[in-house]
Design a protein around this ligand. Structure first.
Ligand SMILES: [Fe+2]
Length: 394
C-alpha cells in the first residue's frame, strides 16, 4: 500500500548498526517489489532470514485445464466444491490463465504452528465470505471477519488460524502482477484522492507481535513457478522486532467501500477496488439506485469484447441475474455480449435500492476452467436468457 507504516523497534538510520541487548546485531532485510523500483519495507530480524537446513523435491500445484478455448457463459456453484483441510490444501482452483488463478476454499483446520506458506509467484487477495480468524505474517497479525479482502503481497511468509467452530468460505485470487489500488484514485504522491471510494483509514495494517526467538525446524511451503517447494529453516521466520515502509499485507472490508451512484446507470469501473496490469477486482455493494425519473437500474447489455468477466455472489439478490445462490461464480467470456436475465431489465424500474453484494474479477486475457469447475457446472446457464417476453412500461 502506498502509505508509510512503522512498527516496533528500528535503528535511527537504515543500513546502520542496530544492536540487541546482548551486543550482537539485528539482521536487516529489504522486502521489495519490481526490482528496487517498487514499494518496499525494511524488516529487522533477530537472526539472518537465510539459514536453510534442507530443500525438498517440489510438487506440482499448477491448475489443471478442464476446458481450453471456449465461448460459453458459465455458472459454477462454488459452495458445492469439495474443500477441506488447512488453508493451502483446501484451495480449489476454478478458473485461471497466465495472469491469475481464481479459487474457492473452505478450510476447516488451522495451519500447523510451525509450518508456513509463501507464494513467490503471485500476490494474493483472499476475500472472506464467511468466517473469522487471524492471518499470522512476518509483519504481524491481521484479524479477519466476513467481508474482508486480505491482500498478501508475494513473498510474505504467513500461516492462517481460522477461529475454531467458525465455518470458512473464501474466494482466493492469485495474481502474477502486483495487486494495487487504482492509479486514478491516487495523487502523484500516492495519497488516496477525495473521489476515491475509500481512504487510508479504511485499510488495516498488521499488528506486530513479540518476536519468536526459536531454533528448530521451520518448513516454509514456497510456491515458485507453480510448484510447491518445501524449504526448511533453522530459525522461526517471525523473529521481526520492527519494520517500516510501504509494502506489507493489509485488510480492507468490502463494507467500507463507498458506492458511487448517479442519475443513470453507472458502469463497472465505479465499483473498482483493486487493479493489476492484467485484471481488475470490483466490489458491488448495497447502494441507492439511479434517480433519473426514467432510469433503468439494471445494467444495459454490454459486450465483453476484450475481457472475461467473473462475478462471485456474496449476499442479497443480484439485480440482473436469476437463479443465483450465495457462493456462485458466473463467467461471461469475452467476445459475446451479456446482460440482464429476462424480466429483470423491466423489473428493475422503480426500485430505489439494492442489497446485492458481489465481487467481480475482469481479466484482460481469456480464462480456462479447471476440471473441478466443470464437475459442478450448471450446464444450462448459457441458454438461460431465452424466453424473453417484452413488457409494456407504464
Ligand atoms: Fe457485465
Amino acid at each position: 500500500m502506498p502509505f508509510y507504516q512503522k512498527k516496533g523497534q528500528l535503528p535511527h538510520k537504515r543500513h546502520t548498526q542496530f544492536a540487541k541487548p546482548d551486543g550482537t546485531l539485528h539482521h536487516e532485510q529489504l522486502f521489495g517489489t519490481i526490482g528496487f523500483d517498487g514499494m518496499s519495507s525494511l524488516l529487522y530480524h533477530l537472526h539472518p532470514p537465510t539459514m536453510v537446513t534442507s530443500v525438498e523435491a517440489p510438487r506440482n500445484a499448477r491448475p489443471i485445464e478442464g476446458v481450453k478455448e471456449h465461448i460459453t457463459s458459465r455458472r459454477v456453484q462454488g459452495f458445492n466444491v469439495p474443500s477441506s483441510g488447512a488453508a493451502l490444501a483446501s484451495r480449489v482452483p476454478l478458473m485461471f490463465n497466465a495472469d491469475c488463478v481464481i479459487a474457492v476454499a473452505r478450510p476447516d483446520a488451522p495451519d500447523p504452528q510451525a509450518r508456513f506458506y509463501k507464494n513467490a509467484d503471485s500476490d494474493e487477495v483472499v476475500f472472506i465470505h464467511d468466517g473469522t480468524g487471524t492471518l499470522h505474517t512476518m509483519f504481524g497479525d491481521l484479524a479477519y471477519k466476513p467481508g474482508d479482502y486480505l491482500v498478501v503481497p508475494r513473498g510474505v511468509i504467513h500461516r492462517w488460524s481460522p477461529e475454531k467452530g467458525s465455518d470458512q468460505r473464501w474466494l482466493v485470487i492469485e495474481s502474477a502482477q502486483p495487486i494495487v489500488t487504482p492509479k486514478r484514485y491516487r495523487n502523484h504522491f500516492g495519497q488516496l484522492l477525495e473521489h476515491s471510494p475509500y481512504c487510508e483509514r479504511d485499510f488495516r495494517s498488521p499488528e506486530l507481535q513479540e518476536p519468536v526467538n526459536q531454533t528448530g525446524a521451520f518448513p516454509i511451503d514456497i510456491r515458485k513457478e507453480g510448484m510447491i517447494h518445501t524449504v526448511t529453516y533453522e530459525r522461526h521466520p517471525f523473529d521481526v522486532v520492527g519494520w517500516d515502509g510501504y509494502h506489507f499485507p493489509y485488510a480492507f472490508s468490502i463494507h467500507d467501500f463507498e458506492p458511487i451512484t448517479g442519475r443513470v446507470h453507472q458502469p463497472p469501473p465505479v465499483h473498482q477496488t483493486f487493479e493489476t496490469n492484467a485484471f481488475v477486482i470490483c466490489s458491488f455493494c448495497p447502494r441507492l439506485y439511479d434517480y433519473h425519473p426514467k432510469s433503468i437500474p439494471a445494467p444495459y447489455n454490454h459486450s465483453n469484447i476484450d475481457s472475461d468477466e467473473v462475478l462471485y455472489y456474496v449476499e442479497g439478490n443480484f439485480m440482473s441475474r436469476k437463479g443465483i445462490s450465495r457462493g456462485d461464480l458466473t463467467l461471461h467470456p469475452g467476445g459475446i455480449p451479456h446482460g440482464p436475465h429476462p424480466g429483470t431489465y423491466e423489473g428493475s424500474i422503480g426500485k430505489t435500492e439494492t442489497a446485492e453484494l458481489a465481487v467481480m474479477v475482469d481479466t484482460f486475457r481469456p480464462l480456462r476452467l479447471t476440471q473441478q469447475a466443470i464437475d459442478i457446472e450448471d450446464t444450462g446457464y448459457h441458454t438461460s436468457w431465452l424466453g424473453y417476453t417484452p413488457q409494456k412500461i407504464d
